[in-house]
Design a protein around this ligand. Structure first.
Ligand code: CP
Length: 305
């Protein structure tokens, strides 16, 4: 494959190859003082970010640098985008300067797909609107496999603002492909219209599903994409759909708690839950570097052009 545009494009063999490659990279770098491989020497990766990011942008930068690629960080703020330059012209400009791969985050769903039609190099979707965020799903699957030893048959409960969540969409498709069973819990107003066609069970009762969960994946309430008319009050949301210490105590002994970040502490997840031994939130961030190294390595072929 040349691009990574959505989890729905990955079959089980593709996804497993990414996870296994990330594990091999982790093994190869374990205990090394200099965490760097020569694999992408001479290649150039551009991080093209039209939306803010902490984890994704920095971990793609680190991933490319650890593979010895040259990295350009492009932020729409401060660029000629403010003069009206289009996504297409921006991408063609970057490619003219020698980029081999473009990692793109954009507020418009489908922007990475458009980009893939315009450039010769690889395109990686780093989050497009409310559509998909496939490397987040891959790093989440990697974290689950690392903690629980398997993905097949794992019972995942995905909680919160599913309507606006590209993380939810990518996770649902990838986890389904990898044999996990997903239950979505959300207020009816924060479920997408097409939820009936997703390979998930739907529940409105978080307390009922928690004792059977192996993984509880909390989603950020995306206030910036929200219309007040379909959001319950913060207090009401937290009471019905937030994960606090009392609810965490109903989980089975080995169950883990995940969150893609950034978190609204005290809203969808209580601070003591986020910081508990069940929480994999910091591990997810670390695993993001290995998984993104694997993605860049597999897409760019690992040898100079
Ligand atoms: N999880 C995630 O995509 O975080 P950022 O928005 O900080 O990249």
């Amino acid at each position: 494959k040349r691009h990574l545009l959505e989890s729905a494009d990955l079959d089980r063999a593709d996804a497993t190859l990414v996870l296994d490659t990330a594990a091999q990279i982790d093994q190869a770098l374990a205990g090394r003082e200099v965490k760097k491989l020569p694999t992408l020497r001479g290649r150039t990766v551009v991080n093209l970010f039209y939306e803010d990011s902490t984890r994704t942008r920095i971990s793609f930068e680190l991933a490319a640098k650890r593979l010895s690629a040259d990295v350009i960080n492009f932020s729409a703020k401060g660029s000629s985008v403010s003069k009206g330059e289009s996504l297409k012209d921006t991408a063609l400009t970057l490619e003219a300067m020698g980029s081999d791969a473009i990692v793109v985050r954009h507020s418009a769903s489908g922007a990475p797909h458009r980009l893939a039609n315009w450039v010769r190099g690889s395109v990686v979707n780093a989050g497009d609107g409310t559509h998909e965020h496939p490397t987040q799903a891959l790093l989440d699957a990697y974290t689950i496999r690392q903690r629980l030893g398997r993905l097949e048959g794992v019972r995942v409960v995905l909680v919160g603002d599913v309507l606006h969540s590209r993380v939810a969409r990518s996770n649902v498709w990838l986890l389904h492909t990898l044999g996990a069973e997903v239950t979505v819990v959300a207020p009816p107003t924060l479920l997408p219209v097409g939820i009936g066609s997703w390979p998930v069970d739907v529940s409105y009762d978080l307390d009922a599903v928690l004792p059977k969960a192996d993984v509880v994946m909390m989603l950020r309430v995306q206030a910036e994409r929200m219309n007040a008319s379909y959001f319950p009050s913060a207090r009401e949301y937290s009471r019905r759909y937030g994960l606090d210490g009392r609810r965490m105590a109903t989980l089975s002994d080995d169950a883990i708690v995940m969150h893609p970040g950034p978190m609204n502490r005290g809203m969808e997840i209580a601070a003591d839950v986020a910081d508990s031994v069940r929480s994999t939130i910091v591990e997810q961030v670390g695993n993001g570097v290995s998984v993104r190294m694997a993605v860049l390595y597999l897409l760019l072929g690992g040898s100079p052009a």
